[in-house]
Design a binder for this molecule. Structure first.
Ligand SMILES: Cc1cc2nc3c(=O)[nH]c(=O)nc-3n(C[C@H](O)[C@H](O)[C@H](O)COP(=O)(O)OP(=O)(O)OC[C@H]3O[C@@H](n4cnc5c(N)ncnc54)[C@H](O)[C@@H]3O)c2cc1C
Length: 493
């Protein structure tokens, strides 16, 4: 890539990076680069997101992701913080940009903001183009025959999406980029900041444990995709539910920040299938993986058509649900101190690595909402702060799925039993022992239910319940009964 290519055209374009922190298959960047010189900009502007300002784990990832993007842009990324609706017009003015491009975001606050910015720029004779850089199918493209949105996943995906045109093939990174020189003298709106000035990293160093496991940025994302295709994709359906093994792609934070395009992953799976001479829809493992990408699409689709889902029950009858206010139990859940090993392992995995396995997310979610009767929005908020892949669409849709209040939700009466789930999906207790080391000496017959061991046996393994490891904070069968009774209240509404 060069920075001194000359273009016949004199178009100067501001490229506004948001959740598309990559060069490859970036439709907005490619369009701008084809037309002339670019001013690449990132603005930390989530002040308008109110309760959905980026959580601590996401901020940490963003720091590293911006650093990686800036390297790819040869140090030309302009990083600022403040209100994008004032910064962008001023940057255009200062740098004589006649055009602005971005890839679309779907969070309700962003849609509102982008619509206003588009109108304001157009009124100043600045051309604006937005592109689809993060979804396989635009939410407006997939509707039922009566013109209304789907509410159930399978018909949405199989009838709505897969019968649409095939998602477009990914495009390579631009081969040449010409950068507009940033002249600080004329840069009137805000002081030119560096990535460090955004103060995105945890001052307590909480996030240090994350990065031996993750490599933020598009090179890291590409490596992860390759590893997944080579090692796990062809076993995905069989292995994806076992948290002690690497059976899933671990692409979610890369996807959230747009370090890899969804089209790149979709077509990457097709290429892997082609190399084996098969159609991915005929292979149960690949078909299952593609449908998980479909769940991501569905989450964005729901957020677009029902923008209240991060805050309100999708099914209004859940508004009558008798949630309990129980700060102590909530904190025990957050800290991984519930006395149920698979729950505690999951919550500690989240805290230590910024990630939690999907099966375990479902188990800890069910436990919070059903056994503890704590409002799903408390869990959603905690995940929002702690997950590296925290994503408004997927987090909200998944929590509503767990709670039973969502569009196409797990029925409320399906209550995961953490002991049975643990025995089924972590049969050797390896996952539990990794994150709950105080139980590491327990034999597998007790690993998911330490209270079943006698006190002399526990002593032998160095455990005193209530001291070295908590006693269960709630009884499973009485709390199950209580949850079903609570459900009755809102079913009758
Ligand atoms: C309570 C709860 C909260 C969740 N919060 C989030 C969140 O904030 N951000 C997030 O990206 N995912 C969330 N998920 C979905 C899922 O757990 C993660 O996407 C997945 O664990 C990420 O790991 P992976 O990349 O290895 O997934 P893989 O199994 O390899 O799946 C591939 C990709 O498909 C998408 N995907 C997979 N499952 C789902 C799903 N159920 N819903 C939406 N997209 C999916 C993700 O983008 C993922 O990277 C949540 C699930 C639950 C039950």
């Amino acid at each position: 890539m060069t920075s001194d290519t000359t273009f016949s055209s004199t178009i100067k374009t501001l490229v506004w990076f948001r959740q598309d922190l990559r060069l490859h298959d970036n439709p907005a960047l490619i369009d701008a680069a084809n037309n002339g010189a670019i001013l690449p900009v990132y603005i930390l502007d989530d002040i308008n997101a109110e309760q959905w300002r980026m959580g601590a784990a996401s901020r940490s990832w963003l720091h590293h992701s911006l650093t990686a993007l800036n390297d790819k842009l040869q140090g030309n990324l302009l990083v600022l913080s403040g209100d994008a609706s004032t910064i962008i017009p001023e940057l255009c003015h200062d740098h004589a940009c006649t055009s602005v491009v971005w890839n679309r975001c779907y969070e309700p606050w962003r849609i509102k903001r982008d619509t206003n910015i588009k109108a304001s720029l157009k009124s100043h004779n600045i051309a604006v183009k937005s592109f689809n850089g993060s979804l396989l199918w635009e939410p407006t493209q997939v509707l039922k025959s009566d013109g209304t949105p789907y509410k159930v996943f399978t018909p949405y995906y199989r009838k709505g999406c897969l019968r649409q045109l095939e998602p477009r093939a990914p495009e390579p990174s631009p081969t040449a980029l010409q950068f507009i020189k940033v002249d600080k003298k004329y840069h009137s709106c805000v002081a030119h900041q560096g990535i460090n000035d955004l103060n995105l990293l945890s001052s307590l160093g909480w996030d240090k444990g994350f990065y031996p496991l993750w490599q933020p940025g598009e090179d890291g994302a590409e490596k992860q995709l390759l590893k997944f295709k080579q090692q796990s994709a062809f076993y995905y359906k069989d292995r994806r539910d076992f948290p002690s093994i690497t059976g899933t792609s671990h692409l979610s934070p890369h996807l959230h920040f747009g370090e890899i395009s969804i089209n790149r992953i979709w077509h990457g799976i097709f290429e892997a299938a082609q190399e084996q001479g098969i159609n991915p829809f005929d292979d149960s493992n690949l078909d299952c993986y593609l449908s998980e990408l479909g769940w991501r699409e569905f989450s964005y689709y729901l957020l677009y058509h029902f923008p209240y889902i991060p805050e309100q029950n999708h099914q209004p009858k859940f508004n009558a649900f008798p949630w309990q206010r129980d700060q102590q139990s909530l904190e025990r859940w957050q800290q991984g101190l519930t006395g149920y090993p698979i729950i505690d392992a999951g919550m500690r995995e989240l805290w230590q690595t910024g990630y939690m396995h999907n099966r375990v997310r479902m188990i800890v979610g069910s436990f919070l909402v059903k056994n503890l009767l704590i409002d799903w929005r408390e869990g959603e908020q905690w995940f929002w702060d702690c997950l590296l892949d925290a994503d408004l669409a997927s987090n909200a849709a998944s929590w509503q799925w767990v709670a039973g209040s969502g569009a196409d939700a797990s029925p409320y009466f399906r209550i995961f039993n953490p002991v049975t789930q643990g025995k089924k999906f972590d049969p050797e207790g390896e996952y539990v022992k990794r994150f709950v080391p105080e139980l590491s000496r327990l034999p597998k017959k007790y690993i998911h239910s330490p209270w079943e061991a006698s006190s002399s046996e526990l002593k032998l393994y160095g455990i005193t319940l209530g001291q070295s490891y908590p006693s269960p904070i709630v009884d499973l069968s009485t709390s199950r009964k209580r949850a079903l009774e609570a459900l009755e209240i809102c079913q009758n509404k």
